[in-house]
Design a protein around this ligand. Structure first.
Ligand code: PLP
Length: 394
């Protein structure tokens, strides 16, 4: 077998085995146990927020956030089309409708189009913003920090303020990304809007197998989210419930993995950043495309490395490029299928989607695991250029 470099694999170099075995030996494996609270505290400390709520998945965290925003059947929620679908599905869980927005050159939501939509397609009334098309109330915006790149939060927050919209940050890919300049200097992804959701799925910068977390600007909202994530249990001895709850709490086994991973997070971020620099160096004079930069005035966790193809040079289909790279030992992937084109969402409003379509033809994501060696990156870049050259001649 030749060399094979996977796209993104987890890294368990620390106390993972020790803590998970400890949880097993203690018998605390389910939705109670000290590792869950320890993870919540570690995250709160890292993010510099009063409280985080550990969940079974990032999707669960996003669903809790929408419920805490008061999103109800018939409401409208503004979402990006460039995202993993989990940022959008919880809107449907609430029987609300998504409206899809385009991306800017960071692949995150375009604030200019967001403003235009609110201004031209909606009407501001005393009690909030309403869509002209169907009279539905626009409640919230879900902003995804795509691949660890921070969205233009200054402008998005300003628009949300102006129109009275809640902001949910999908920071599932951006744990550790922060602003270094401007109004939000020093603040992390997920701590700027009303809610921030994180994911610890296997491909994220840290993992608990499956898992996630939620943070909220309003401490009472965070506390209430935690309450409904644990079946809204008001009395632990007599099982009294005053609301409909969910089984969304993280398990202690996941928590044990998470505590170990949190210990390594700063190191993981450093490696992601360093490996990105190695790629950038090797690709700086590339004739087939460029490495997508991260937003200025931020320090990103650099979770994913997006190579943007020059379509005047590379004519081959993405599918063929990805297949050929895989054959040559380099695993890559495209962005995502745009969500407004997915079957459950084809009837929803999509507002002036243009850049998203272009980028979805142009981006391939390169291997980015935290255990990549410099020689792996050299190999990836050599294979990439060879395959692109070959397919361009064909
Ligand atoms: C991973 C991810 C999620 C969902 O997280 P899960 O933990 O898999 O439920 C949501 N949004 C985006 C953008 C993601 O990448």
């Amino acid at each position: 077998m030749g060399k094979f470099v996977p796209l993104s694999i987890p890294n368990f170099e620390g106390n993972e085995e020790k803590y998970v075995l400890d949880a097993v030996h203690q018998g605390w494996v389910s939705t109670g146990g000290a590792y869950i609270t320890q993870l919540e505290e570690k995250m709160a400390e890292f993010l510099n927020v009063p409280m985080t709520v550990a969940c079974q998945s990032g999707t669960a965290a996003l669903h809790l956030a929408l419920m805490e925003c008061g999103v109800q059947p018939g409401d409208c929620v503004i979402v990006p089309t460039v995202t993993f679908i989990a940022a959008v599905n919880p809107v449907k869980y609430q029987f609300a409708s998504p409206v899809f927005m385009d991306c800017d050159d960071s692949l995150c939501m375009d604030p200019e189009k967001l403003r235009l939509f609110c201004e031209t397609e909606c009407e501001k009334k005393a009690d909030g913003l309403y869509r002209k098309a169907d009279g539905s109330k626009v409640k919230a915006i879900v902003v995804v920090h795509v691949f660890g790149n921070l969205a233009d939060m200054e402008r998005i927050m300003q628009i949300a303020d102006q129109y009275g919209l809640k902001v949910i940050e999908d920071a599932t890919e951006a744990l550790g990304s922060k602003f270094t300049e401007g109004k939000y200097a020093g603040q992390y992804a997920g701590t700027i809007g009303d809610f921030g959701a994180y994911s610890f799925n296997g491909n994220k910068i840290i993992t608990t197998g499956g898992g996630g977390a939620l943070t909220a600007k309003d401490l009472n909202a965070a506390k209430h989210a935690k309450y409904i994530s644990t079946q809204a249990k008001d009395d632990v001895h007599y099982y009294i419930h005053n609301e409909v709850g969910y089984n969304y709490r993280m398990t202690n086994l996941q928590g044990a993995l998470g505590v170990a991973q949190m210990e390594e997070l700063p190191e993981f971020i450093e490696r992601k950043q360093k490996n990105y620099s190695v790629y950038r160096e090797l690709l700086q004079d590339s004739k087939t495309g460029y490495l997508l930069p991260f937003r200025e005035g931020t320090e990103s966790n650099k979770w994913f490395y997006s190579y943007v193809l020059d379509r005047n040079v590379v004519k081959a289909e993405l599918r063929d490029i990805i297949t050929e790279l895989e054959k040559e030992g380099v695993q890559t992937r495209a962005i995502w299928g745009l969500i407004h084109e997915q079957k459950p969402y084809v009837d929803c409003t999509a507002f002036q989607i243009k850049k998203a379509k272009e980028y979805s033809r142009r981006v391939i994501n390169l291997p980015c695991s935290t255990n990549l060696k410099e020689e792996d990156i050299v190999f990836v870049v050599q294979v990439l250029q060879r395959v692109l050259e070959k397919l361009s001649q064909a």
